[in-house]
Design a protein around this ligand. Structure first.
Ligand code: PMP
Length: 323
């Protein structure tokens, strides 16, 4: 779909996948005025197809749009675009265990000009791509590299928005993580370099020895993950005390070493819930899971995945049927 101030949103259509043709002066190529979302469609045993909390993705995209001076896309345009795409060929949604159709809605500044101002032509599009199981051989802990030199986002910046620029700034630290044998990078706040924010593409949870579960509070510079928010609800359903507060990097390192923290896990749409194995930094490491995930991590993951695949009752009205 295309937007201009005169027409508003118009021209919604489903087209075959293929390259875009862009003028070299297209604003997004120069000023990164771009936002995106990520969500999945799941095939249930009766062959119906469902999305998990799509309205929450729509609302987050609206918040991102506001921060990036992009036009608001109404929630029914967002959900309608997904329904139209899945309806074009529901066979795109795979049926294997823990497979899904990954959906990537995105919006970008498509006006061609060279000044710095919000674009007066904006394009919204959705890519659909079948996704295999994230952990085909069973859950495996991920190792995490602590980025001590670089932050992902600062106060007043775009950290809470899902915009391409945030990921551009996390690529170098992510490369450093890979060089150090880790799959993900962990970021701290940009002022004190002390408070744990999130990973390159996931939010974090810490299970305490007393059974309570702690997740870093929304600082204004971390992404408000939809998986994160679902776990706050589900963990409470399962009888855990869930606390959103600041967590220092020392609390993580020391807690894992002295046993006050019994499990660490990360969460996001792609992996749902993944155990954290070790936290590594320049000159040391703290190991929280050697091999398998902990009991609480398993419990929370199963509770969420069972709702997504229609194996457990959707008590919070999170699933929307799309085909
Ligand atoms: N933080 C970042 C930086 C992310 O890219 C993601 C993935 N969208 C998340 C957290 C998790 O968000 P969600 O649960 O909505 O996928």
């Amino acid at each position: 779909a295309e937007w201009t101030p005169e027409t508003g949103w118009a021209d919604a259509r489903v087209v075959p996948y293929g390259p875009l043709s862009l003028d070299p002066a297209t604003a997004v190529l120069h000023y990164a005025q771009e936002i995106f979302e990520g969500l999945k469609a799941y095939r249930h045993a009766d062959d119906s197809v469902w999305c998990f909390r799509p309205e929450d993705n729509a609302e987050r995209m609206q918040r991102s749009a506001h921060r990036l001076a992009l036009p608001e896309l109404p929630t029914d345009w967002f959900t309608g675009s997904i329904e139209a795409l899945v309806a074009a060929d529901a066979a795109w949604v795979p049926s294997g265990e823990e497979t899904s159709l990954y959906l990537r809605p995105f919006m970008f500044a498509s006006e061609a000009f060279l000044g710095v101002r919000p674009s007066q032509h904006v394009t919204y599009s959705v890519i659909a791509s079948p996704a295999g199981a994230y952990f085909p051989g069973g859950l495996k802990p991920v190792d995490i590299w602590l980025s001590e030199e670089y932050s992902r986002a600062g106060a007043g910046g775009t950290g809470a928005a899902k915009c391409g620029g945030n990921y551009a700034s996390s690529l170098l630290p992510q490369q450093e993580a890979t060089r150090n044998g880790c799959q993900q990078v962990a970021f701290l706040d940009s002022v004190e370099h002390r408070w744990v924010e999130e990973l390159g593409g996931m939010n974090l949870y810490f299970v305490q020895a007393d059974g309570s579960i702690v997740t870093p509070e929304l600082s204004g510079s971390i992404l408000e993950g939809i998986t994160r928010s679902s776990i706050i609800t589900l963990a409470a359903d399962l009888g855990h005390d869930v606390v959103e507060r600041r967590v220092s990097i020392d609390e993580w390192r020391d807690g894992v070493a002295d046993g006050t923290i019994t499990e660490v896990f990360a969460c996001g749409t792609a992996a749902v819930v993944t155990p954290v194995g070790r936290l590594k930094w320049d000159g040391g490491e703290a190991v929280s899971a050697d091999g398998d995930a902990g009991k609480v991590t398993h419990e929370i993951r199963s509770a969420l995945v069972d709702i997504q695949y229609g194996r457990a009752e959707d008590r919070h009205g999170w699933m929307t049927r799309v085909a």
